[in-house]
Design a protein around this ligand. Structure first.
Ligand code: ATP
Length: 282
């Protein structure tokens, strides 16, 4: 286990499955962030180097006198899944809300797809390449599955949106079968799949999800692992914040343990044995 911050450089899962799934169905519109990343890939000692899709540097966030995050640093690479694990009040939601531009940090930096986003309003952070799926899912209940997906496209171009929807049905065939069903009638797991797909509709560089396993039965948690892996295989970086250790360690390439606003440990599945994680979360 590596002690503390600068949790890896996110090269491990970079671009392992180019050309698969969504990538195949992409039109001219929304891939610019990722194309830029590929252009920036260079050579360091002969190995391919990919710029991270997320870089958080020494981030400190305060709510009045409460310090919610202190000097937190992390990276997520292209196609990599990183989990931030921590008990209640650790600062997990604050991290996502700060990345999204909903909370202003006291200090530190956040780059998405190489662009500094601190100080930008949430809609511009979304355009820079972040899709934030907040806790509680938030589908639009009276709309069909397909119309919920349409909302996520952030695009006026109907043909392009239709292409992306078709790509989603390739990656998540269950959504294709449910496309005319109202979102409010879906099960918890189906809704979770819908919000993940809706996040991907904007063709983000990074999908950030708050507590994706909340309220899901164990069998649906297993489904969720597969679903988020498929999302990563499309080339998107995935950041999840979780209290569910089993999910975090199964799913993520790397996990960070956040306790009272600071990163206590980080590492890959093998480097973070469950009993040690339990100790941090006790
Ligand atoms: N708007 C706010 N004003 C004041 N304090 C806040 C605010 N939001 C969060 N906090 C405090 O900041 C700390 C981090 O909260 P945060 O919600 O980010 O933690 P969390 O890890 O997401 O917790 P949980 O798993 O319970 O959702 C907590 O001490 C919390 O009480």
């Amino acid at each position: 286990m590596r002690p503390d911050r600068r949790a890896g450089l996110g090269q491990g899962g970079a671009n392992r499955h180019p050309g698969r799934g969504l990538v195949r169905s992409r039109g001219a519109g929304g891939l610019s962030g990722r194309r830029d990343l590929r252009r920036r890939r260079g050579s360091r000692g002969g190995a391919a180097v990919t710029a991270p899709v997320l870089e958080v540097r020494d981030l400190t966030v305060r709510y009045g006198h409460v310090t919610a995050l202190e000097d937190v640093s992390l990276t997520v690479g292209t196609g990599e899944v990183v989990a931030v694990v921590g008990p209640n009040g650790a600062g997990k939601t604050t991290l996502l809300r700060t990345m999204s531009g909903l909370v202003k940090p006291a200090s530190g930096g956040i780059s998405i797809a190489g662009r500094d986003v601190v100080g930008l309003p949430a809609y511009r952070v979304a355009r820079a390449g972040l899709a934030h799926v907040p806790e509680g899912r938030g589908t639009v209940a009276p709309l069909t599955v397909e119309d919920n997906l349409r909302l996520g496209a952030l695009s006026e171009n109907t043909r392009e949106t239709d292409r992306r929807i078709a790509g989603m049905y390739e990656v998540f065939p269950a959504l294709g079968r449910l496309k005319r069903r109202r979102a409010g009638l879906l099960s918890g797991g189906e809704q979770q799949m819908l919000v993940v797909a809706r996040g991907l509709m904007s063709q983000p560089s990074l999908l950030a999800i708050d507590e994706p396993s909340m309220g899901l039965a164990p069998i649906m948690v297993r489904e969720l692992v597969g679903m988020l892996r498929r999302a990563a295989e499309t080339g998107v970086g995935v950041l999840i914040v979780e209290q569910n250790l089993a999910l975090a360690t199964q799913l993520a390439d790397r996990a960070l343990i956040l306790v009272r606003g600071t990163v206590r440990a980080s590492g890959s599945r093998g480097e973070l044995p469950a009993d040690l994680l339990e100790e941090f979360l006790a």
